[in-house]
Design a binder for this molecule. Structure first.
Ligand SMILES: [Zn+2]
Length: 341
């Protein structure tokens, strides 16, 4: 578990003990912040038949770091109480029947909704509502997890609202997202919202025991830092983007990544920003120090605007044709870079 999630685990453990865990919770944060991890832990804690209690380190200082919380009155209370009451976290035993079934993805009183391709449709949410209407098989709690809740279609979100408004007892719905700004306000208002904010810069590098002194490492690098395969994929993608900008190479590979890889558009924006940093002599977040002199500042700025506009479309329009958007973006970029200097 990521160290910055500990404060949140402590707070949620306390809420469970005091019977103050709400029926709907929303965990948001940048990709890799740990929202799915914390939701998974919490569900397992709610289902486990033989919970353990870990006395954890005192985070009185850090309890407000790492998480900020909206629509909550208990956080300041928690920090005050933490001084007198020892912080602890619940941990699932991992050994009981429900833990084993849950680990196997076969626990009957839990449902995870996954987005097939790019969206969560109304059928998936109806399945969730029906799931909650039935009585529990094992009879402890019923839980559901909706990952990437921002990808719900409007009708799916409206269907979910009904379920959120009429909670059945001992039922818990967790939503995770990396862009809560896209979620309907009516959904957000029915959830207790936890915004996970991991540390940045050197602290972030230290968390992953990475060498370096780069103060510009930020949260958008999380998935690259936490996952070696992603780091490799990112570097390969970056080289191809440079090849495309400078020599119009690798169009097909870039297109495939933009269409199929969920990080493609975000990576592209990051790469272009880093190229601009180089051009303007700003410090760079990566280690690209070679001069990129093939396209000029003005072209780079135009490319940046195109990429940013595409990213906004991707974020705000739920049912967008990603293939078309990617093809158009590459075509528009190619028009810009082919202009004579
Ligand atoms: Zn257990």
């Amino acid at each position: 578990m990521k160290t910055w999630l500990l404060a949140l685990q402590q707070q949620l453990s306390r809420q469970i003990r005091e019977n103050k865990l709400p029926h709907a919770l929303l965990f948001s944060g940048v990709d890799g912040a740990g929202q799915e991890e914390i939701a998974h832990w919490l569900i397992n804690v709610l289902l486990c038949q033989n919970l353990k209690e870990d006395a954890s380190q005192d985070l009185t200082q850090g309890i407000t770091q790492g998480i900020t919380q909206e629509k909550d009155e208990s956080l300041s209370q928690v920090s005050q109480e933490a001084a007198s009451d020892k912080p602890f976290t619940f941990q699932p035993c991992g050994d009981c029947k429900t833990c084993k079934l849950f680990a196997n993805n076969s626990y009957p009183d839990h449902l995870t909704i996954v987005n097939d391709k790019n969206t969560i449709g109304v059928d998936a949410i109806r399945k969730l509502s029906q799931f909650f209407e039935k009585t529990a098989h094992i009879g402890i709690a019923k839980t559901a997890l909706v990952n990437h809740a921002d990808t719900m279609t409007v009708s799916a979100a409206n269907a979910l609202l009904k379920t959120l408004e009429e909670p059945t007892s001992q039922s818990f719905i967790m939503l995770t997202t990396h862009s809560s700004d896209v979620l309907l306000a009516t959904i957000i208002s029915r959830c207790q919202k936890f915004e996970i904010r991991p540390p940045v810069g050197k602290k972030l590098l230290a968390e992953y025991k990475k060498q370096g002194d780069d103060a510009f490492v930020n949260l958008s690098h999380l998935s690259e830092l936490t996952d070696e395969a992603t780091a490799v994929a990112f570097t390969a993608f970056r080289d191809k983007v440079k090849g495309y900008l400078c020599a119009h190479q690798h169009r097909a590979e870039l297109l495939a990544i933009l269409v199929e890889h969920r990080d493609g558009f975000r990576w592209l924006e990051k790469i272009v920003v880093n190229l601009m940093r180089n051009h303007w002599g700003w410090p760079t977040a990566g280690h690209q120090n070679e001069q990129e002199s093939v396209i000029n500042k003005q072209q780079l700025w135009q490319v940046y605007n195109l990429v940013q506009a595409a990213n906004i479309k991707l974020k705000t329009l739920v049912q967008i044709n990603r293939q078309f958007l990617s093809e158009k973006l590459l075509a528009d970029i190619s028009v810009v870079v082919k202009q004579k200097n």
